[in-house]
Design a protein around this ligand. Sequence first.
Ligand code: AIR
Ligand code: ASP
Length: 271
Amino acid sequence: MPWRARRPLTTLRLVARQIEWLRYSSWCEARAAVESTPQKLEMFYEGKAKKLYATADPDLVICYFKDDATAFNAKKRGTIEDKGVVNNRMSELFFGLLARTGLKTHFVRRLNDREMLCKRLQIIPVETVVRNIVAGSMAKRLGLEEGRELSFPVVEYYYKSDPLDDPLIYPEHAILFGWAAAPELETIRSLALKVNEVLRRFLDERGIILVDFKLEFGRHHGEILLGDEICPDTCRFWDKASRKKLDKDRFRRDLGDVEEAYQEMLRRVED
Ligand code: AIR
Ligand code: ASP
């Protein structure tokens, strides 16, 4: 009987198909697991506030946010409890906001409380500072009182060098010494001013004055992307009503309530 002869074959086929399906679904599960929690491989950089780890994908890195706090080129050291958690979450929110306005950043997604997945950048050794109000080193260098409003935002460049204490430079220096090409600096300047516009408006609606901030940029497959972090370590935030400082100046200047200021800023940004 032909049906009898075919029966075992059909069963075998079914079993084979089932095995194939099981293999495929476990492959899918494994792939999804890798995609959602990429493995941290070797740590290839440790800075003052962050550690960077390689992943199996050469284009992606995991950035771990520490609680360690330093100021004045690490001459002052300490810890700010849960700073890493606040900076990771706040950077996620700001990078997300910037992405929605078409600004490209290294941020891919937040993985957990202290880690985010980022595109691997070749960091340009020039720190870009945008200022809306006189404060910090600008007040000191020019003998001006902190708090004076600038009639237009000023973009400054600093050479990223610990042994030299990140000196202020002219953009020409960056071009001359090969730290960045002229068109790259043009892009950086216009991106920094756009970031200023977006963040300033967003923070103003939340009762915060964006006094100044520092950005770092890097190269990624021929494109300039915004890197690093955007948080109370890298920005000056003042409460609009009371002018209370809600950033790392509380740590730098021993003003107290450091942790509270970081948490308060996160609450305002999450609102
Ligand atoms: N900044 C500069 N280097 C490191 C950091 N975090 C930031 C400061 C401040 C701005 O750049 O947090 O928001 C200007 O700093 P300064 O010290 O030049 O006035
Ligand atoms: N974090 C840097 C340092 O340790 C600069 C600062 O934030 O003051 O010098």
